[in-house]
Design a protein around this ligand. Sequence first.
Ligand code: SAM
Length: 299
Amino acid sequence: MEPAALIDSFGRKITSLRISITGQCNLNCFYCHNEGQSGHESQMSSGHLVNIIKTASKLGVTKVKFSGGEPLMRQDFEDVLVAIPKFRDVSATTNGVMLAKRAVSLKSAGLDRVNVSLDTLQPQTYASICRCNKDIHSMVLDGIHSAVNAGLTPVKLNMVMLKGINENELEDMMSFVRLFNGDVILQIIEPMDFGNYGGKVNMDAIEKDLGSRASEMIERKMHRRRKYLIDGAEVEVVRPIDNSRFCANCSRLRVTADGKLKPCLLVNDNLVDTVSAGIHELETLFYKAVNLREPFYKG
Ligand code: SAM
């Protein structure tokens, strides 16, 4: 008999899993929300990771996104990709620093596409945001080119809009994206305030400007994301804050690096620990976590 679908008490079906595979990161971005974790969690074994993902597949999840920390800090990432079942979409979000060397092996192991975090095209600004050496910036650009060449496309560039820091770089970013003829999409993200983000950007003004210039605008159901097409550059806007439609359409369950199912990015007191569970107990824990889901912003 088919197991029951994962549907929470607000009628939201879970079709997507966002799994942090390590708390460790090689950058230290000042605004980072760390996927709602401390970043010092212990790390699940690859066997447990695979069991969680197999369970998600059995229960109707069709999309998996790997995150962290920095997922490429895990040398066994490719082994995990090889061991998991087939999904409609397998992606990772990475800072891209180590992507140039791994793009081909990740693609061959089964990764479909990547998001690369790139807030700026200016090496010095990059260094001050990510609190690293400015030479790292060119490694990220190499990573983006390698990802495109390896077919990890479309590559989405995650640009968190930071007040007074990169707000003036939107045009340059769009020009950069155009160089890749559709293989790279710009995703601009409203920063979430985890106590460290440096102030509100005027996302309404940004969207209004994009809207007035776009030849086409599409609204995705997932999280009410809008996509604008401007002279060949595709720009997607992610606005999670105070967005009840973002929550109403949320189809995502999260997993922390230490193996806890996390019903919502913004809530930390309802995590469901799976680490000592074998594959047969995991299903029950998935249903338990899904039952704990509530929209953070209610309409
Ligand atoms: N290290 C990986 C990376 O750079 O993609 C994965 C983890 S990182 C937390 C995942 C994404 O979250 C990045 O694109 C980052 O820009 C975004 N992010 C981090 N803190 C954020 C915040 N306060 N508001 C909005 N997005 C944030």
